[in-house]
Write a new protein. Structure first.
Length: 308
């Protein structure tokens, strides 16, 4: 076997690691760059992945109303997991097929907001209720949103029906600080809470997250977590890292260095997601032999401390 074919037949990382059967990638911040473009190189790589018979899944906090934008950014895709896992769609055929749809009742979302405002004071709120393409968000008149696709709306009316997501922003708190408060006052049986880097805490139905959405795709394909490799960069990606890291995969689940939550949030009792005897390393670690600022994922032997 040539060196080139040997590289193609194995997943990057420590030697002799087989290819996964499914690759799931977050969009914004992971695949989609800061200028809202996707590199030609990334598109070519994902095309090669699909040509190798590996299923590609785009997994994002974007709601189903942005499906056209998602397909523009990720044309080489088989499934989308949208709205933090609330909406899962098979796009392999010309007519998309919805596999899963789960919205939070308006009354439950209102209760989440009430609990938060009782603790931190008034919030700026937006609601994502529609799955019609390019439908706007509904928001408080004073809400600040980085994109133009929202319209002022009466909050009571916006919460009169189910929604895919609610967004909450506190003027005097960071998104991480508000998320920490939400995790203390919002029980998991009422709603799921996360944040994706937009300055807002996002609220979905109980049990809805990127991990649960990816599990829907895996079940559809007859796969398990051991078959899946995921890429992400923010706290809302932690559940899919935890799901894909819950068994005994023979190849690594790459962990981005730019965000510490995935590594810190993984329970010690679950699998690490990289091959036995190896773990991700960072140039900041004492004795690490990796080049500082390298964009490649590096691994360190837990026995010898040697980096690869």
């Amino acid at each position: 076997m040539s060196a080139r074919s040997e590289r193609i037949s194995h997943f990057p990382g420590p030697p002799s690691t087989p290819l996964p059967r499914l690759v799931a990638t977050d969009l914004d911040g992971t695949l989609v760059r800061g200028d809202e473009t996707v590199s030609d190189y990334s598109v070519r790589v994902l095309r090669k992945v699909r040509e190798a018979g590996i299923t590609v899944v785009g997994i994002t906090g974007r709601g189903p109303r942005l499906i056209e934008l998602c397909r523009r950014d990720l044309p080489e895709v088989d499934f989308f997991v949208l709205a933090q896992g609330a909406y899962v769609v098979d796009v392999r055929l010309s007519e998309p097929r919805v596999l899963h749809r789960q919205r939070i009742p308006g009354a439950d979302l209102a209760e989440v907001l009430r609990r938060l405002e009782d603790r931190v004071g008034p919030l700026s709120v937006l609601v994502e209720a529609s799955d019609e393409p390019r439908a706007p968000l509904w928001g408080d008149a004073h809400a600040v949103w980085p994109y133009p696709e929202w319209v002022p709306y009466d909050r009571a009316l916006a919460l009169s029906g189910p929604a895919y997501k609610g967004f909450a922003h506190a003027a005097d708190l960071t998104a991480d600080e508000l998320l920490a408060v939400a995790r203390t006052v919002v029980p998991p049986e009422l709603a799921s809470v996360t944040q994706a880097g937009l300055g807002y805490v996002e609220v979905t139905a109980p049990g809805v997250n990127k991990g649960s959405g990816l599990a829907v795709v895996a079940t559809e394909l007859g796969l398990t977590a051991d078959d899946c490799c995921v890429f992400g960069d923010m706290p809302n990606d932690v559940p899919m890292f935890a799901w894909a890291g819950g068994g005994g995969s023979p190849w690594p689940t790459p962990i981005p260095r730019c965000w510490p939550w995935p590594m810190r949030s993984r329970p010690a009792t679950t699998r690490t997601g990289w091959p036995p005897g190896w773990r991700p390393c960072s140039p900041a670690e004492p004795g690490c032999g990796c080049a500082s600022g390298s964009s490649r994922y590096r691994y360190r032997s837990t026995g010898t401390g040697r980096c690869r």
